[in-house]
Write a protein that binds this ligand. Structure first.
Ligand SMILES: [Zn+2]
Length: 317
């Protein structure tokens, strides 16, 4: 029986219908911005229903629904993370959405969902142990150990973006210093560029953003600046690659991972040269020599989180 996967983001809810290994339907809806939890549940139910209809199905035809949600997910409850408004205390999403939809619902962290998607149907197929790293606005991670998602005892595992690679280093959005995300996340990169620019270092980054009509430095703007050999952006992306390499090598040294999958908006835009940079810096930091780990690019793109959520839904139903 088909299952639906819902990727709950700060801006959009992306839904897919997975039948076997095939995506047979999908839809995209806006995440309610009014901060009402009931509205959020109603919109998630509607996204599942619309995706099912796209596959000529109804909710009653589904085996399960899986949800990938930002923040800490534990026992089907979410805290919403910083990106989903209205969730102020732990909210039992699996139970409430399950009752609303009449279908069994499982909830996992969004990057853990993407990690399962890549493991079952994407770039980490066949690996016993994998880490998926998503480099976008922030930096997220998801672990698959012995073929199963590893969420830790309290849902806090896989927070790759908050691995500390420089004690007392750059300020991170989480309030701590020296996290991978402070160097490699798009937001951290933008802030570092603003500071350097205010301190007198020239860069075309902000002009390029303006030319493209963007009010922030998007991943596409970063790529365009890099293509112009912008000195500051080249240096900052070098620091980003170093932070990612240190974090990934540390995770591999701890867990002897087979595959590390690199994805997310910024990493996808920067493509193969960025992956190769990280691999080059990472290789000498690995304890096992010659290295046994493969660093590969994500295969499922934007749909990975929703596909993985659908997989988790049916595997836990
Ligand atoms: Zn942090």
């Amino acid at each position: 029986m088909p299952s639906v996967g819902l990727d709950l983001g700060g801006t959009n809810i992306y839904a897919v219908v997975l039948d076997g290994e095939e995506v047979v339907g999908s839809t995209k809806r806006s995440t309610p911005a009014d901060g009402d939890v009931d509205a959020l549940v109603a919109e998630l139910r509607k996204a599942a229903k619309k995706a099912a209809e796209d596959a000529d199905l109804s909710l009653g035809d589904l085996e399960a629904i899986g949800v990938g949600a930002p923040g800490i997910v534990a026992d089907g409850t979410i805290d919403g993370g910083p990106n989903v408004r209205g969730v102020r205390e732990r909210f039992p999403l699996a139970t409430v959405l399950g009752e609303a939809a009449g279908v069994p619902v499982s909830v996992v962290n969004d990057v853990t969902a993407a990690a399962i998607g890549e493991h079952r149907l994407g770039a980490a197929q066949g690996a016993a142990n994998s880490l998926t790293v998503f480099v976008g606005t922030g930096v997220g991670g998801g672990l698959v150990l012995d073929g199963q998602p590893y969420e830790g005892g309290h849902g806090g595992a896989g927070e790759f973006g908050h691995m500390i690679v420089r004690q007392g280093g750059a300020m991170c959005g989480c309030g701590r210093r020296g996290c991978v995300e402070a160097y490699a996340g798009r937001r951290g990169l933008e802030m570092a560029a603003e500071r350097a620019n205010a301190g007198g270092r020239s860069t075309r980054l902000f002009e390029i953003a303006e030319d493209k009509g963007k009010d922030r430095v998007t991943s596409g703007v970063v790529r365009a600046a890099l293509a112009e050999d912008d000195e500051l952006v080249t240096a900052l992306l070098g620091e980003a690659a170093e932070a990612l390499a240190a974090g990934i090598a540390t995770a591999v040294n701890l867990l002897d991972l087979d595959v590390v999958v690199l994805g997310g908006g910024l990493a996808d835009k920067l493509g193969e040269p960025f992956r190769a940079d990280i691999e080059r810096v990472m290789a000498p930091l690995l304890f096992l020599q010659p290295p046994e780990v493969r660093l590969v690019r994500a295969a499922l793109g934007d749909a990975g989180g929703a596909i993985g959520a659908a997989v988790v839904g049916r595997e836990r139903a």
